[in-house]
Design a protein around this ligand. Structure first.
Ligand SMILES: *Cc1c(COP(=O)(O)O)cnc(C)c1O
Length: 383
């Protein structure tokens, strides 16, 4: 059933009994080429048959090639490959601390982070958020994080003290409910980081790699970070991540300070190259922006017909969220039974994260299906 999967068919999933789903979840913003994309599949097949893993003991031409490509396309001068998003964020945190350590300022170890952030599930990354559901039962958490309100520049600036290493944030919050930070906020953080020699660390694990219509979301804010964590879409479904940094920011990360057994293995690098082959060009990014505009417009037009359920649309590119007036998790679970996949998020938001390869027909099918579903949905009684 999956055999013919090309860019158009790859937007569908099939259950065990053959039931068909329109996949606007993409495995949580991961399958940005959909399922079974021929370029990605072939790259992984060919590489798997050639060489999967040798460890970083011998160097990796595949890793060097992909790192060079990312350096050419972004603010970064250097790239460290990981196997997941949380590991990329961990590397980013270590890089920020180590920068100050190498300058003789080891006391500058605190990162200022933001409410409702999601940075992963490791000890450091759950310590970097104030979300109780991520932290409950895992005390003691790691020190070195100070959480202030997201998108509140005044609070962020007031939190700086002599121990501050920098700021860690998602320019567009994902799990927290698809919340793009304002330009003033991001630019204000950049300015203070320049003035006070602090590290601006972006977690673009969810919003990066073409999802918002530019290769990375920071491009739309008119600033560059010092360090950036990337993952999810970067392997198109193959588990990998990357920590990008400027030469200056990475100056403390000398040989021997950090490492990963699997990170940068040839198989993951082949997947990453295939993803960049498809997405890292103006035509594809223009397609994402156009589809994002159309999907958003269609949703905005549909919402007033179901205003008991839906409030508004927010987000950037094909990273959209529908703010709901009822429990979004219950609705998204129910919607699956109607053959439509989306993802719940905080703040009663339903995340709409289709493969970036969608066309107009998928948009129409999604919005019509969602509208039909909304008209028969019965809001469950509050428990
Ligand atoms: C998913 C996510 C992570 C964690 O990635 P994993 O691959 O699950 O470790 C970190 N930050 C953000 C913004 C994410 O969306």
């Amino acid at each position: 059933m999956r055999r013919s999967a090309g860019p158009r068919e790859g937007v569908y999933l099939y259950g065990e009994r053959g039931e068909k789903y329109l996949d606007f979840a993409s495995g949580i913003a991961v399958n940005l080429l959909g399922h079974g994309h021929p370029v990605l599949t072939k790259a992984i097949q060919d590489q798997a048959a050639t060489l999967m893993h040798v460890s970083n003991l011998y160097g990796s031409p595949q890793g060097e090639a992909l790192a060079q490509r990312i350096v050419d396309l972004t603010f970064a001068d250097t790239v460290f490959f990981t196997n997941s998003g949380a590991e990329a964020v961990e590397c980013a945190i270590k890089t920020a601390r180590r920068y100050h350590h190498a300058k003789g300022n080891a006391h500058k170890h605190d990162l200022i982070t933001f409410s409702n952030a999601f940075h992963g599930r490791t000890m450091a990354t759950i310590s970097a958020t104030n979300q109780e559901k991520l932290r409950d039962g895992f005390a003691p958490l790691l020190p070195g994080f100070k959480v202030v309100e997201f998108d509140n520049l005044e609070q962020a600036l007031a939190a700086i003290d002599d121990n501050t290493a920098g700021f860690l944030l998602e320019p567009v919050q994902g799990e927290g409910g698809i919340r793009p930070a304002s330009k003033e906020f991001i630019q204000g953080l950049r300015k203070v980081c320049d003035e006070r020699d602090l590290m601006l660390v972006f977690d673009e694990v969810q919003c990066g790699v073409a999802r918002t219509g530019t290769l990375y979301a920071y491009e739309q804010y008119g600033v560059e970070p010092d360090i950036l964590a990337s993952a999810k879409g970067i392997g198109g479904g193959f588990p990998m991540g990357a920590c990008l940094a400027t030469e200056k920011a990475a100056s403390g990360m000398v040989i021997g300070t950090h490492g990963s057994t699997y990170g940068g293995n040839p198989l993951a690098m082949a997947a990453g190259q295939a993803v960049f082959d498809v997405v890292a060009n103006d035509e594809f990014l223009g397609h994402v922006r156009q589809m994002g505009d159309r999907l958003r417009a269609a949703l905005e037009q549909m919402i007033p017909n179901h205003d008991q359920l839906f409030d508004s649309v927010r987000g950037m590119g094909l990273m959209l969220g529908i703010k709901m007036k009822t429990d979004s998790r219950a609705f998204v679970n129910w919607l699956r039974g109607q053959g439509i996949l989306a993802v719940a998020a905080g703040d009663n938001v339903m995340r709409v994260l289709p493969p970036l390869t969608i066309d107009e027909r998928h948009i129409r099918e999604f919005v019509e299906g969602l509208s039909e579903a909304a008209s028969i949905y019965e809001v469950p009684e509050a428990a």
